[in-house]
Design a protein. Structure first.
Length: 193
């Protein structure tokens, strides 16, 4: 029984290493909401007024845990020693949800709760979410679509923000958090109406 434990531990380490491309990074990047926390999250909404924020679609180079670096037209590399803790669209969905909760009076439902009230649905696509070497900054672009219950009315809008960075992990990580929060605040203001 005791011999199985080291084998299990070794298998777990190998699986984790495989997930991160052969080398487990010393730190993983996540997004944290910068909007001040709401004092009271007890809210109610009339039928059709709740908000559900769906998981954004991703540009191909973003659909992984590595952070892309755009070196030039059509040339994508990845920032060395910097990886996300999860896919960027999941983290951005959580950031946007939390920002809407903190900055508006809207009732925000998890997509798995949408059966309670389909209400207002927010969908979108993250087109840029990484470092741009030519600009010397990170760029976050979120193309959002907002539809009312049943799709009787649909609006679209692009949200964009950037922050300076030098292409290294210590500057790109904080800059991405700053730019993602700026986009989330813009989108929350639009969603909050």
């Amino acid at each position: 029984m005791h011999a199985a434990r080291p084998l299990f531990a070794a298998a777990a380490c190998l699986a984790l290493t495989a997930c991160f491309g052969g080398k487990t990074p010393s730190t993983l990047l996540t997004l944290t909401a910068q909007a001040p926390p709401a004092a009271d999250l007890v809210r109610s909404a009339e039928a059709g007024a709740a908000v559900t924020i769906e998981l954004p679609l991703l540009a191909e180079e973003l659909d992984q845990v590595r952070v892309p670096a755009l070196e030039g037209p059509g040339q994508v590399t990845y920032v060395q020693d910097l990886q996300w803790v999860d896919r960027p669209n999941r983290m951005f969905q959580q950031l946007l949800t939390e920002t809407v909760k903190r900055t508006t009076n809207r009732v925000v439902l998890d997509p798995r709760q949408a059966g309670l009230d389909p209400g207002v649905r927010v969908t979108g696509r993250l087109d840029r979410f990484g470092y741009d070497a030519q600009l010397g900054q990170v760029v976050v672009i979120y193309d959002a679509a907002l539809s009312t219950a049943g799709g009787s009315r649909v609006q679209t809008r692009r949200f964009q923000a950037s922050a300076p960075a030098d292409g290294t992990a210590p500057t790109v990580g904080p800059a991405l958090n700053q730019a993602a929060n700026a986009v989330a605040l813009q989108a929350a203001s639009w969603i909050g109406g």
